[in-house]
Design a protein around this ligand. Structure first.
Ligand SMILES: Nc1ncnc2c1ncn2[C@@H]1O[C@H](COP(=O)(O)OP(=O)(O)OP(=O)(O)O)[C@@H](O)[C@H]1O
Ligand SMILES: [Mg+2]
Length: 341
């Protein structure tokens, strides 16, 4: 399948391209559509960490499910493609390809998904080592028990897990340990893309740093790519090469993380970054005034206008167009539009 030429970042670099994704949840019997992802496009390049940031409820996990092709009612996709490079097969569209091919060719081997709250997905009836052995078997991999145990030892050491945890049942382990086991499982078949949704939300800050530095080191040494989803801007400051800021189903700013953190353009991004605690501060941060809109009935114009300190008349009336600011940067805000309104 040919790649679109309109994407940001130049040709040949991409390993995954999400194009104009539009999706959400149909609430049965009420005729309501919760428009969680509205016209989102992004690309993932080889050998990079791309962050997706934004407040709770802005559509990050919904976008992750769509990228992984995990689209089941009430979630529906109304438009868009998710192209992923699958070796000599070229680019496969996760949304239109048959599920058997996706399961056989893509999942775990090419694209691994660590869902939000995934520490709870481990089967309570099975020891940790059996989760690993069964995953290898499911993918028809010829591998002896000893090799599996060796892999587990190597990864457990890197993520700071005691090796004898392989003999435990999930309920015998702490949340942080279970989270690290889920991550080790996701990386087992050395996927080229990892989609990690809030991989450290449920753990303390020391464990968080351990997990994030392991992921980053693993990404560098395996030359793979990671999409890391988090509402925590501290996680993004540490992890990301590029970052997409989501607000109410839209990407409002997208570019190199260093630039976004140093000179954010969108008022929402500025407020998100200002809400980070800085060294020496001992105050509770106020956060951003107000709350994100109801996605079943978002406000007209720019969805952020009711909370935006710079809102102008046009913001209340019309959706802002996307403005390209340099070759690898874009922002969706009337303040930067060259439209002359
Ligand atoms: N199964 C569902 N049925 C109906 N609405 C849903 C469902 N899952 C999510 N939503 C709604 O879709 C919107 C986006 O939710 P989503 O989980 O994608 O946000 P998020 O950015 O991942 O939030 P968080 O940071 O809390 O994980 C929210 O309004 C949410 O209430
Ligand atoms: Mg989420």
């Amino acid at each position: 399948m040919a790649l679109p030429h309109t994407q940001i970042g130049g040709g040949g670099l991409h390993i995954l391209v999400a194009e104009d994704i539009d999706g959400g949840y149909t609430v049965p019997n009420r005729g309501v559509f919760i428009h969680a992802v509205d016209g989102v496009s992004l690309t993932l390049e080889r050998n990079e960490v791309l962050g997706i940031a934004g407040e709770s409820g802005c559509g990050k996990s919904t976008l992750a499910k769509i990228i992984y092709g995990a689209v089941e009612p009430p979630l529906t996709v109304r438009r868009g493609r998710v192209l992923i490079e699958a070796g000599d097969k070229g680019f496969i569209d996760m949304l239109s390809c048959d599920r058997d091919t996706v399961r056989r060719e893509i999942m775990w081997k090419t694209l691994s998904y660590i869902p939000q709250n995934s520490m709870n997905v481990l089967n309570p009836m099975k020891r940790i080592r059996d989760h690993f052995i069964e995953t290898f078997k499911f993918h028809g991999m010829e591998i002896g028990k000893r090799d599996v145990v060796n892999y587990i030892r190597e990864v457990f050491n890197s993520v700071g897990l005691p090796v004898d945890a392989i003999n435990a049942y999930p309920h015998q382990l702490s949340g942080g340990m279970r989270q690290r086991i889920v991550i080790a499982l996701a990386l087992m078949l050395r996927p080229r893309v990892v989609l990690a949704d809030e991989p450290t939300t449920a753990v303390d800050v020391v464990t968080q740093l351990g997990i994030l530095s392991f992921l980053k080191e693993w990404q560098r040494s395996n030359k793979c790519s990671i999409i890391v989803i988090s509402h925590d801007m501290g996680v993004h400051a540490y992890m990301d090469d590029r970052i997409a800021i989501m607000y109410a189903g839209n990407i409002v700013e997208y570019g190199e993380a260093e630039k976004v953190f140093m000179e954010p353009l969108h008022p929402y991004t500025k407020l998100l970054i200002e809400s980070l605690i800085k060294r020496g501060e001992r105050t509770l941060k106020k956060g951003i005034l107000g709350s994100p809109p109801n996605l079943a009935n978002p406000p007209p114009g720019c969805r952020f206008h009711p909370r935006c300190p710079y809102a102008m008349d046009v913001c209340r009336r019309e959706e802002p167009p996307e403005t390209i600011v340099g070759s690898r940067y874009r922002v969706r805000c009337w303040l930067y539009s060259r439209d002359g309104r």
